[in-house]
Design a protein around this ligand. Structure first.
Ligand code: G6P
Length: 605
């Protein structure tokens, strides 16, 4: 997804800008660019290849400047070609980078054409550049404030002008932007991570803020034009670049990091105590009568899994909804419902907007399950639970998902206890199972060689069907999502009981059917579904708990999982599906960590 870096300093900042883009690369992008202010105005380099190519261009071109902006672009308006890459110029005087989408760009473009501006890109961004240029009268800060009043949509921008050689102006509305504070130098970025190595002091701008960076300070005004004092936060956790170590891809590394990530996420306490969700959690949990879970992508599937836990253990009605659907439909708000947003990044535009929408409808109790403590979602919710997955680089989420599941199981058990549905014995049993989970995961990871053997078969297919039942239906959904995201094989998931209502028509020997087979109450039903596939000549690939007694047979390939792991079984069963997708993608030679057209953190609608 798009990324912004900006800097004003007393040294050549080209390397700061390039390094910032490198740190944002993992989020996915299809072009990149940088502009620095020189004596004759802004000078830029752009590339539709990688940041490494941009780096070569700036070296060969001897780029040098003390003020600059840079960008990684994930195309929305206009193809990923050089002309559409940012920074976008206006009249060779002003350069601008933009994250987000401007909804009224067509009207503005007509208006600006009328004023003599020529458009050379297909982007919505170009209207912002020309608009600011058109109202510039010697004060870039004032011009940006005047221009953004005319914008509809979402944006984070960074702008510079040739007549103000020590100034970068930023503004945000609907897309994140942070200021990094240095000594005699200041920075701007869409994510604090981009500035690791340059500073550890950050200001997280709020919606509607406009900031002006100069050598000796930062000025911020809020949406009403009032001077704003924003908290300066020390964020030291970003550290250096994440190393790949002995792994081929970050996704593989992250799959194998799951035992550690889960160990770090499981609360230390010997009981399920609401205080881990925030000081007021006990009071809030006592007031609520239901949950409304909002999320996107993989995080949505962790919400779907959690619904089974919340309703069966805590006996609390739970609704799970895709954030982008919820935010635009008319729903019936229940102020006694706890709104739970789940997000790896905490910045996903649709989830953030859904949270705000819920709040605007009168939902006052909110909780974020998130992997980034400084994210907008954590800052905008009353309660939070931080997963400790560590940085996730692969676009396809793995360790973030399993740590979310841990967090949500802890939520279900905590609510169960408060609502009188958890005996001391059950509590001790759940805690013991949670603590044993990393070891159980290690035994599942040891299945990798068998999964590699299957992946060779899969890499030659164009379609796959995933089946699961009950608590493991969302796991089948997640398995199908992983496979399609990174191997580009068309994959669909169904609750196994639905097979006969449609997907059975697709079953032939060319369509592998992956089945998640835990030894739970639905096992006998699932076995019947397996027979329905076999009777039609389908090839089954079953991940079966050791105690299911499902064994290899003609058309029936089985990988034996450990014995059934009870309610926490989904956390084990998703792992072989991650590995299957990963090795299938490797066999097909796709770009595993940065699959085509996808982004890690989707900060546009
Ligand atoms: C993108 C990523 C997915 C992720 C989804 C939600 O689509 O590619 O891996 O599940 O966003 O992201 P979030 O950060 O909110 O969990």
């Amino acid at each position: 997804m798009c990324g912004i870096v900006g800097a004003v300093a007393q040294r050549n900042i080209v390397s700061v800008l390039i390094e910032g883009l490198r740190r944002l690369e993992y989020r996915g992008y299809d072009s990149c660019g940088v502009a620095v202010l020189g004596e004759n105005g802004p000078r830029r380099a752009r590339s539709v290849a990688r940041v490494a190519d941009l780096d070569e261009q700036v070296h060969e071109g001897h780029f040098d400047g003390i003020t600059g902006i840079a960008h990684t672009r994930w195309a929305t308006h206009g193809a990923p070609v050089t002309d559409n890459a940012h920074p976008i110029f206006s009249k060779d005087a002003l350069a601008l980078v933009h994250n987000g989408i401007i909804e009224n760009y067509e009207t503005l473009r007509e208006m600006l054409r009328g004023k003599g501006y020529e458009f050379v890109s297909q982007t919505d961004t170009e209207v912002i550049a020309h608009l600011i240029h058109s109202v510039y009268r010697g004060d870039l800060f004032a011009a940006v404030r005047e221009a953004i009043a005319q914008l509809h949509g979402a944006y984070a921008i960074a702008v510079l002008h040739k007549d103000q050689p020590h100034t970068v102006v930023g503004a945000r509305q609907g897309s994140p932007l942070v200021v990094g504070l240095g000594n005699g130098e200041n920075f701007l970025a869409s994510d604090a991570l981009a500035l690791a190595g340059s500073t550890e002091r950050f200001i997280f701008l709020e919606e509607g803020d406009v900031c002006e960076l100069s050598l000796d300070g930062v000025r911020i005004v809020d949406r009403d034009g009032n001077e704003a004092q924003r908290e300066v936060r020390q964020v030291a956790a970003y550290g250096g670049a994440v190393e790949l170590g002995p792994y081929r891809h970050f996704m593989q590394k992250e799959i194998f990091e799951q035992p550690r990530a889960i160990t770090d996420t499981i609360p230390q306490a010997d009981s399920f105590d609401p205080s881990i969700f925030g000081e007021d959690a006990g009071k809030v949990f006592a007031e609520i009568d239901s949950l409304l879970i909002l999320a996107c992508g993989t995080s949505y599937y962790s919400g779907l899994t959690a619904k089974y836990w919340l309703e069966s253990i805590a006996k609390i009605p739970t609704q799970v909804e895709i954030a982008s659907e919820y935010r635009y439909r008319e729903s019936v708000p229940n102020p006694k419902s706890l709104v739970v947003v789940i997000s790896q990044s905490g910045e996903t535009a649709d989830t953030l907007a859904a949270l705000k929408h819920a709040q605007s409808l009168g939902h006052k109790h909110t909780l974020a399950v998130c992997n980034v403590g400084t994210s907008a979602m954590v800052r905008q919710t009353e309660l939070s639970f931080l997963t400790h997955a560590g940085r996730e680089i692969g676009v396809a989420s793995t360790k973030a998902f399993t740590t979310q599941l841990v967090a949500l199981f802890v939520l279900a058990a905590t609510l169960a206890k408060l609502r009188g549905h958890l005996s001391d014995e059950q509590e001790a049993g759940y805690l013991k199972q949670l603590r044993h989970l990393p070891a159980a995961l290690n035994s599942v990871l040891a299945l990798e060689p068998q999964i590699i053997a299957w992946s060779e078969e899969f890499s030659r297919k164009e379609h796959a069907l995933f089946l699961g039942r009950g608590l493991h239906y969302p796991i089948a959904l997640e398995g199908a999502l992983k496979l399609k995201e990174i191997s580009y094989i068309h994959a669909e998931a169904y609750p196994a009981g639905e097979l006969k209502h449609g997907p059975l028509a697709l079953v032939t020997e060319a369509m592998p059917v992956v089945t998640v087979a835990p030894n739970d109450a639905l096992l006998e039903k699932l076995k019947s579904n397996i027979q329905e596939v076999r009777a039609r000549g389908g090839e089954l690939y079953v991940f079966a708990d050791a105690d299911t007694k499902i064994v290899n047979d003609e058309g029936l390939h089985v990988i034996r999982m450990p014995e059934h792991y009870g309610l926490l079984s989904p956390i084990l069963h998703v792992v072989p599906l991650q590995l299957l997708a990963y090795h299938t993608a490797c066999a097909r030679g796709t770009d595993v960590d940065k699959p085509r057209n996808l982004a890690k953190s989707v900060t546009v609608e």
